[in-house]
Design a protein around this ligand. Structure first.
Ligand code: GAL
Length: 375
């Protein structure tokens, strides 16, 4: 069974856009292994839009652009597999992809067979240029069945940007993850708005079909295809923490040949990844809203997370940031308190009975993980 945990990997779009080619894919596969990302759990190497010629061949097959992919897709898939990784590609439910290359509408079964022959393990499936009267459930269901009929196990990654209340029907189509928002860009505003738009919808996400809040921008620093000023390292950490807390698929979008040490370490942060991969996949409860949100999340094995975010531009909050345990349902009479650990500093809070207080700087976050203990 696929996607029993949020899928992890790399996708070409955020950095390379139309400038994708086989060398980039090979170098990225090498880097995923050499830089320890494979050991951290990253598995899928995905080519997004712009990999094919503008028209199908006489047999109706999509043809990889020979200038970008001179060795062909089969050889590239073999290379990625030789690294112990999985190979992903992209198509679209409409007649054209978003960048105007051939889409799979009406060619679903032919394309699924082609992908399977090449050794594809993952298909991202977009929603541009679809006939107005053809609806998402039909189109995603059709490609999902085509992939299942292809003879190869292929993870199906839907991308309709959250339209038509996708969270309510996408699991029924057999998809394993689904984009729920418009495209991210490399800015604090972008990732903050994307994450907060999904707070009420994470409850639909879980094993077998995860809400995908888009590819990561960690370490892009204002370069690449979705550039918009870039973020500070602290902001990239807040971004990654939100994606982990919401258990989104983790698809790295940065250029691994240029990834700085801070962001490489962040992408490999064991504590955050283990929250992201938690098998129970329970949505976080929002204990406090607004621009200083606080979340409480149950993990497997009786562990809990309290996550504080400061989306304001101010670091100097009067009184600090506090979560009262009665707001989580824990009363003084229970005889229990929480013992937490700050996952970034390792600091132990000791047993706390009434509340957890901290101080979160502007655009930063604090993530605590712990258990209930008898007082
Ligand atoms: C968008 C999609 C992006 C990227 C792009 C390619 O619709 O949301 O993630 O795939 O198309 O053209």
């Amino acid at each position: 069974m696929l996607a029993q945990r949020p899928p992890m990997g790399w996708n070409s779009w955020n950095t390379f856009g139309g400038a994708i080619n086989e060398q980039v894919v090979r170098d990225t596969a090498d880097a995923i292994v050499e830089k320890g990302l494979k050991d951290a759990g990253y598995e899928y190497v995905v080519i997004d839009d712009c990999w094919s010629l503008r028209e199908r061949n006489e047999e109706g097959r999509i043809v990889p652009n020979p200038e970008k992919f001179p060795s062909g897709m089969k050889a590239l898939a073999d290379y990625v597999h030789s690294k112990g990784l999985k190979f992903g590609m992209y198509s679209c439910a409409g007649t054209r992809t978003c960048a105007g290359f051939p889409g799979s509408f009406d060619y679903e079964f032919i394309d699924a067979k082609t992908f399977a022959e090449w050794g594809v393990d993952f298909l991202k499936y977009d929603f541009c240029f679809k006939p107005r009267l053809a609806n998402g459930p039909i189109l995603y269901n059709r490609m999902s069945m085509a992939l299942k009929a292809s003879g190869r196990e292929i993870l199906f990654s839907a991308c309709n940007w959250g339209s038509d209340e996708v969270e309510k029907w996408i699991r029924s189509t057999g998809a394993h993850m689904y984009r729920s928002t418009g495209d991210i860009n490399d800015s604090f505003q972008s990732f903050k708005n994307i994450a907060m738009s999904q707070v009420d919808k994470i409850a639909y996400s879980g094993p077998g079909c995860y809400n995908d809040i888009d590819m990561l921008i960690c370490g892009m620093h204002g370069s690449g295809n979705v550039a918009n000023g870039g973020c500070t390292d602290i902001e990239y950490r807040t971004h990654f923490a939100l994606w982990c807390l919401f258990q989104s698929p983790l698809m790295i979008g940065g250029d691994l040949s240029k990834m700085d040490d801070f962001n490489l370490d962040l992408l490999k942060n064991k504590e955050l990844i283990s929250i992201n991969q938690d098998p129970e996949a329970r949505p976080p409860m929002m204990v406090n809203g607004g621009d200083r949100p606080v979340f409480f999340k149950h993990l497997a094995n009786n562990e809990y997370v309290v996550a504080f975010f400061n989306f304001t531009d101010r670091s100097d909050t009067w009184g600090g940031d506090t979560v009262e345990f009665y707001d989580l349902g824990l009363t003084v009479a229970s005889g229990y308190g929480f013992r937490f650990r700050d996952i970034f500093t390792g600091e132990d809070t000791g047993v706390l009975t009434g509340r957890l207080s901290t101080k979160v700087d502007a655009h930063d976050c604090k993530i605590f993980r712990g258990t209930l203990v008898e007082k």
